[in-house]
Design a protein around this ligand. Structure first.
Ligand code: TRP
Length: 364
């Protein structure tokens, strides 16, 4: 029964197409796990707006791009609910309640936020409140679905830690057990450097290989990759450890024996970068060809993709609504069920008027 399966939730900001970094960090795991778990994937458009307030059109346009990337990568809408964050207002309500449980300084200490603030350059005193507080909204995303497992790259670990803190604080404060503490699922290789050797593959750094890239583009990017800067001549011994080309091979190559031999040869000297890159190109072409082909198929049926999003979002709202109701009743602010009903009972007993009488009075 699907009801008994554990729940997975992840999300992505729709600010651009997905790249190999997304694939390695999380997407590949999601495709695998969807058979055994009840999976929700959130297209986090509200989170994307926290640093794109002036460009909602970009966010809007990328919802479809990201959805196409999911489907192309093998996310199966019969097993996974793909949903749109802003269409689930329950998430925003939860965020409001959680905000009271987190201090401003705790948010400022969140390592992911600190890292992103360095890159964003909002300017002194100009950090949007929505940006600083998005970890709380992400905690709402995760807890709304009762997710016990969150497949993410290691850069998201501080978000999971913050979420677990909120869960504990909530359950403690309201003496409840309605919220579930989630676990992160981080793959062995969870971070790919950019093709320029920078620590992270990212759209804003312009160093990414996209799932939708055409074969020629992939080849061009691979052949231009940064390698060991001290490996000047083919005969020179080279370093494979912080060498993006070998890191990509570790992440995508299936023939581990050949890769081990190549590493050995490269270390010893005598194996040129061009040869390794050609091999990596073959490996990546093989991974990306079926994804690109599937994407082109789905591109022909955009209305179908929108239907998938609508269906996934509707399913997600049901679950998020249940959690919101549980949260409100744990806090004792479920007024329809408590306050109003209490008041009703009190006033009817005081005045001696039965509920049914009032309807009769209305009639008369
Ligand atoms: N912060 C994530 C990112 O930048 C996206 C995200 C939004 C997310 N909501 C989430 C990830 C919930 C995991 C769970 O990639």
């Amino acid at each position: 029964m699907s009801e008994e399966k554990k729940i997975i939730l992840t999300g992505d900001r729709p600010t651009g197409r997905l790249h190999l970094g997304h694939y390695v960090g999380s997407l590949r795991n999601r495709v695998k796990l969807q058979d055994d778990y009840n999976q929700y994937i959130l297209i986090a458009d509200m989170q994307a707006l926290t640093d794109n307030a002036g460009n909602p059109q970009k966010v809007r346009d990328n919802i479809l791009e990201v959805a196409l990337d999911y489907l192309a990568a093998g996310i199966d809408p019969r097993k996974t609910n793909i949903c749109i964050q802003s269409m689930i207002p329950e998430l925003s309500e939860l965020t409001m309640y959680y905000m009271n449980l987190v201090s401003v300084s705790r948010l400022e200490r969140n390592p992911t936020i600190k890292e992103e603030l360095k890159l964003r350059k909002f300017g002194e005193g100009a950090v949007p409140t929505g940006f600083l507080t998005y970890p709380i909204s992400q905690a709402a995303d995760i807890t709304a679905f009762g997710a016990s497992l969150v497949p993410v790259g290691e850069d998201q670990l501080p978000m999971l830690e913050q979420t677990r803190e909120i869960v504990r604080k909530f359950n403690q404060t309201y003496k409840s057990d309605v919220l579930v503490e989630p676990q992160a699922l981080v793959p062995d290789i969870s971070r790919l450097p950019g093709i320029d050797g920078k620590a992270k593959m990212s759209k804003s750094l312009g160093n990414a290989i996209y799932l939708a890239d055409e074969p020629e583009e992939i080849r061009r990017k691979v052949m231009s990759m940064y390698t060991d800067p001290n490996h000047l001549r083919v005969e020179d011994p080279g370093n494979v450890e912080d060498n993006p080309v070998f890191m990509y091979l570790d992440a995508f190559g299936t023939d581990k024996e050949t890769i081990a031999e190549m590493k050995e040869h490269y270390r010893r000297g005598g194996l040129g970068d061009v040869k390794v890159k050609r091999y990596l190109n073959d490996v990546l072409q093989e991974v990306l060809e079926p994804i690109r082909t599937r994407r082109k198929e789905f591109e022909k049926y955009k209305p179908e993709v929108y239907r998938i999003l609508q269906k996934g979002t509707a399913n997600a709202r049901v679950l998020a609504g249940q959690t919101l109701a549980n949260v409100k009743s744990a806090m004792g602010i479920n007024y329809e069920q408590s306050l109003f009903r209490d008041e009703e009972t009190k006033s009817t007993t005081e005045s001696g008027i039965e509920n049914s009488d009032s309807t009769e009075a209305e009639r008369g």
